[in-house]
Design a protein around this ligand. Structure first.
Ligand code: SAM
Ligand code: SF4
Length: 318
């Protein structure tokens, strides 16, 4: 599927739920969220139907996200059903890792190809503060369970927060020395609750290069938004993702489905296309309409601008 600007759209991110077992300060409101009534959330049958239509139209990669996708009941069965879609090349999932000790092996057996696990800090107290109550050890156990289940390479995502975890850049990079991990640093995007962070928290990911001059560049992965580097002698790699300091709109290949069934052509725009209740040709037409509505670029965040998205990150999935 090509959009109006000639970009090949082949990546669908599906948010399975707004709910989460953590409350990260940059993602979720402090008081939690208003739980969507059960009947507003797409059923797993509807998710499979929409994903199937999108794959027929040319989507080749699907990422399951949330909220926390692993709190969604039926997740393993959903993975197996999506994996069976003819034409789908890659099925991947982003998680905070807390439920991986129970779920890593069943997800692998159901055909999940890869996992991204969020890990902003290696300090238990900081983790508790950042996630408003989460236990670091559970996330670390989740990462180990994913490795034991055969997921490789595992990508670890850290949102880089000036004055909060930038002092841990060397320690986080060191995780790649003896394990085939890709440690990725992501700039904080000015969306939803991230807006309450002061300006000093929004630092460019090039800070990692300043603190780690020994990093050497690697070739960019196929359709990856990360600039990749490695430490001398390391088994893994480091990825830098700069949605704020250097937007990748010209290479954007993705569309997003919210848990309540709306297609978002762009993460940072308020425009949405409801898909619920549409089937067959009407569903495929609505997906094409969303693709055709992709803007050429989102607003420039380098000033004081904030995202125009009407939703918080836990409602979109990153
Ligand atoms: N709960 C899962 C997790 O945390 O990995 C999946 C959903 S979460 C919304 C997806 C990713 O978005 C996480 O890696 C999270 O750190 C990132 N994220 C959330 N809010 C963000 C923000 N304001 N700027 C940059 N990344 C953000
Ligand atoms: Fe939950 Fe992920 Fe948002 Fe943290 S970043 S609150 S784990 S959805």
């Amino acid at each position: 599927m090509k959009d109006r600007y000639g970009r090949e759209i082949e990546y669908l991110r599906i948010s399975l739920t707004d709910l989460c077992n953590l409350r990260c300060v940059y993602c979720m409101p402090e008081g939690g969220i208003c739980k969507l009534p059960h009947d507003r959330i797409l059923t797993l049958e509807e998710v499979v139907e929409i994903a199937g239509a999108a794959v027929e139209l040319g989507i080749r990669k699907i990422r399951l996200t949330g909220g926390e996708p692993l709190v969604r009941r039926g997740i393993v069965d959903l993975v197996a059903r999506l994996r069976a879609l003819p034409g789908l090349r890659e099925l991947v999932l982003t998680t905070n890792g807390i439920l991986l000790p129970e779920l890593a092996k069943p997800l692998r057996d159901a055909g999940l190809d890869r996992l991204n696990i969020s890990l902003d800090t290696l300090d238990a107290e900081k983790y508790r503060r950042l996630t408003r109550g989460g236990e670091l050890q559970k996330a670390l156990d989740g990462i180990r369970a994913a490795e034991a289940a055969g997921f490789a390479p595992i990508k670890l995502n850290a949102v880089l927060l000036g004055g909060v975890n930038d002092d841990e850049i060397p320690a986080l990079c060191a995780l790649t020395m003896d394990r085939p991990i890709e440690m990725r640093f992501i700039e904080l995007m000015p969306i939803g609750d991230a807006l309450y962070f002061g300006k000093e928290a929004c630092i460019p990911v090039d800070t990692v290069l300043e603190k780690m001059p020994q990093l050497t560049p690697l070739p960019r992965g196929r359709s990856s938004v990360a600039r990749r580097y490695t430490l001398p002698g390391a088994k893994g790699s480091i990825g830098l993702i700069s949605p704020v300091s250097c937007s990748f709109c010209s290479e954007c290949n993705r569309i997003r489905l919210t848990a309540d069934g709306c297609m978002k052509p762009c993460l940072h725009s308020a425009e949405e296309f409801p898909l619920r209740g549409k089937h067959g040709d009407a569903l495929r037409r609505a997906i094409c309409d969303a693709v055709n509505a992709k803007p050429e670029a989102h607003i420039d965040f380098t000033g004081t601008q904030r995202s125009e998205s009407a939703r918080n990150m836990n409602q979109i999935g990153g």
